[in-house]
Design a protein around this ligand. Structure first.
Ligand code: GLU
Length: 445
C-alpha cells in the first residue's frame, strides 16, 4: 500500500467529505510503514475496509415544536467497525452535523476505543437538530422521534450510543426511555445514563479528568510539574468543565474558557468559587460564557477563540473539530506553550498538528487524550452486565490505569530515535494494530 495513492483514491470516492478525509489522511500516513510490514493485511484489502464504514443508517426525523409546527431533521448512525466489540460511540445534536463529520467521528472512535483496552467497536450518530433554545418538551419529542427510527439498529451487544456535543444526561434519558418502551426491555443499551437507572459514577467527569490524567503522564516524561502552570481551555461543555475542575484540584491555573460565541480570559486563574458559579450557569441555566464574564468582570472576546488571546504553558482544546488552526498553533508556540492535549475530537487542523510535531512539544491527539470518556462508558457497560455499580473511587482508579495504559501504548509505538514521543503515530499504530489483527483473523466480513 502506498499512502499517497490510497488517499487520492479515497478522496476521489468521497469528494464532499473533508473532515472524513482529514481524519483518514492522518491515520493512513502514520500507519503506512507498519501496515506494509504485514503483507497479509494487503491481501485482504484491509486498509480500505478499515477506512470505509461497515454500515450507515440515514433517516428523516419529524417532530412537532411548541408552536404546533411540524419540523424535520436528518438522523444518522454510522456503524464503522465492530471487529473488537459492539459498535460504540456517542450521538451529536448540532446544526453543523452532516455525514462527513459523523464519518470522521466514527472512524476516530474506532481507533480510540481500540486504545482503551476494552472490547468496543467504533460508531457515531447524530442529527442536525440543535437543542439550543428549545424547550425540554421539544427536546423530548425530538429525542423520541429520533429514537423511534434508531431503536431497531442498536442494542447492548449490537451498538451502544452515548452523548457528545448537544447530547447530555437529559437527551440520553429521553432516548433511553423511548428505547426501553419500544424494545420492551431494560438493558445497558446507552451509556451516560442517569445514576438512578444504570449510569456509572464518574462518567460525567471522565473525559475531562481522563485528559488531565493523560497530560500528567506526558508531563512526567519531561519532569514538568502541573502546579502553577497556566492552562488555556476552549469550550465550556461537559469536557471543558470537568477538565477545569481537575486542574484546579491539582493547583494549575485555568486562564480561559469559551463557547461558540466567544472567549473569557481569566487572568489569575479560575478559583474554586468561580468554578462553582460557571458550573451552575452552564448546567443549571444553560447560560453563555459571556454571562459568566460579565458576572465576574473578566475580559470577554466576542467571536474569538482562546489561542491567540491568552498566554499559556498548556493548551487543552475541548470544544470541537478544527477549532485550532496553523496561526493559532504558531501563536501558542511563540508564547511558550509546551503541551497540547486534545479534549475534543480532531480540534487541531492538519497544519496545526504539523506545527506541534515540528516544534517537538508534547502533543496528544484526541483519540488518545480524550479516550477517558468512552473508557468509563465501557466500564458502565461492564457494570450493567453485572447488574452492579462500582464506587467513584473504583471507577476513577480504573480510569487512571486506562489512561496510563494508553500513554504506554503511545510510547511503545511512537518513540522517536531521539527518545521523544510522537503521540500521533503511537496512538494511530497501537489503535490500528489491534483492530487490523482482529479483522484479519475474522476474514472478509
Ligand atoms: N462522544 C464521546 C467520544 O467522543 C463518548 C463516546 C461514548 O461514551 O460512547 O468519545
Amino acid at each position: 500500500m502506498k499512502a499517497k495513492e490510497f488517499l487520492t483514491e479515497i478522496a476521489r470516492r468521497f469528494p464532499n467529505e473533508p473532515e472524513y478525509l482529514q481524519a483518514v489522511e492522518e491515520v493512513v500516513t502514520s500507519i503506512e510503514d507498519v501496515y506494509n510490514e504485514y503483507p497479509a493485511f494487503e491481501s485482504q484489502n484491509l486498509l480500505e475496509r478499515l477506512c470505509i464504514p461497515e454500515r450507515i443508517y440515514t433517516f428523516r426525523v419529524s417532530w412537532v415544536d411548541d408552536a404546533g409546527r411540524v419540523r424535520t431533521n436528518m438522523g444518522y448512525r454510522v456503524q464503522h467497525n465492530n471487529a473488537i466489540g459492539p459498535y460504540k460511540g456517542g450521538i451529536r445534536f448540532h446544526s453543523s452535523v452532516n455525514l462527513s463529520i459523523l464519518k470522521f467521528l466514527a472512524f476516530e472512535q474506532t481507533f480510540k476505543n481500540s486504545l482503551t483496552t476494552l472490547a468496543m467497536g467504533g460508531a457515531k450518530g447524530g442529527s442536525d437538530f440543535s437543542p439550543r433554545g428549545k424547550s425540554d418538551m421539544e427536546v423530548m419529542r425530538f429525542c423520541q422521534a429520533f429514537m423511534n427510527e434508531l431503536y431497531r439498529h442498536i442494542g447492548a451487544d449490537t451498538d451502544v450510543p452515548a452523548g457528545d456535543i448537544g447530547v447530555g444526561g437529559r437527551e440520553v434519558g429521553y432516548m433511553f426511555g423511548w428505547y426501553k418502551k419500544m424494545q420492551r426491555e431494560f438493558s445497558g443499551t446507552f451509556t451516560g445514563k442517569g445514576m438512578d437507572f444504570g449510569g456509572s459514577l464518574m462518567r460525567p467527569e471522565a473525559t475531562g479528568y481522563g485528559n488531565v490524567y493523560f497530560l500528567l503522564n506526558m508531563l512526567s516524561t519531561r519532569g514538568i510539574d502541573i502546579r502553577g502552570k497556566r492552562v488555556a481551555i476552549s469550550g465550556s461543555g461537559n469536557v471543558a468543565i470537568y477538565t477545569a475542575d481537575k486542574l484546579i484540584s491539582l493547583g494549575a491555573k485555568v486562564v480561559s474558557l469559551s463557547d461558540s460565541d466567544g472567549t473569557v480570559e481569566i487572568p489569575d486563574g479560575l478559583t474554586r468559587e468561580q468554578y462553582d458559579r460557571v458550573f451552575e450557569l452552564k448546567f443549571a441555566y444553560r447560560g453563555r460564557i459571556s454571562e459568566f464574564a460579565a458576572q465576574e468582570g473578566f475580559p470577554y472576546y466576542e467571536g474569538r477563540r482562546p489561542w491567540q488571546i491568552v498566554k499559556c504553558d498548556i493548551a487543552l482544546p475541548s470544544a470541537t473539530q478544527n477549532e485550532l488552526d496553523g496561526d493559532d498553533a504558531r501563536a501558542l508556540l511563540a508564547n511558550g506553550c509546551v503541551a497540547v492535549s486534545e479534549g475534543a475530537n480532531m480540534p487541531s487542523t492538519r497544519e496545526a498538528v504539523a506545527e506541534f510535531l515540528g516544534a517537538g512539544i508534547l502533543y496528544a491527539p484526541g483519540k488518545a487524550a480524550n479516550a477517558g470518556g468512552v473508557s468509563v462508558s465501557g466500564l458502565e457497560m461492564a457494570q450493567n452486565a453485572q447488574k452492579l455499580s462500582w464506587t467513584a473511587e473504583e471507577v476513577d482508579r480504573r480510569l487512571r490505569d486506562i489512561m496510563a495504559d494508553i500513554h504506554a501504548q503511545c510510547v511503545r509505538y511512537g518513540t522517536r530515535p531521539d527518545g521523544s514521543v510522537n503521540y500521533v503515530k503511537g496512538a494511530n499504530v497501537a489503535g490500528f494494530l489491534k483492530v487490523a489483527k482482529a479483522m484479519h483473523a475474522q476474514g472478509i466480513v
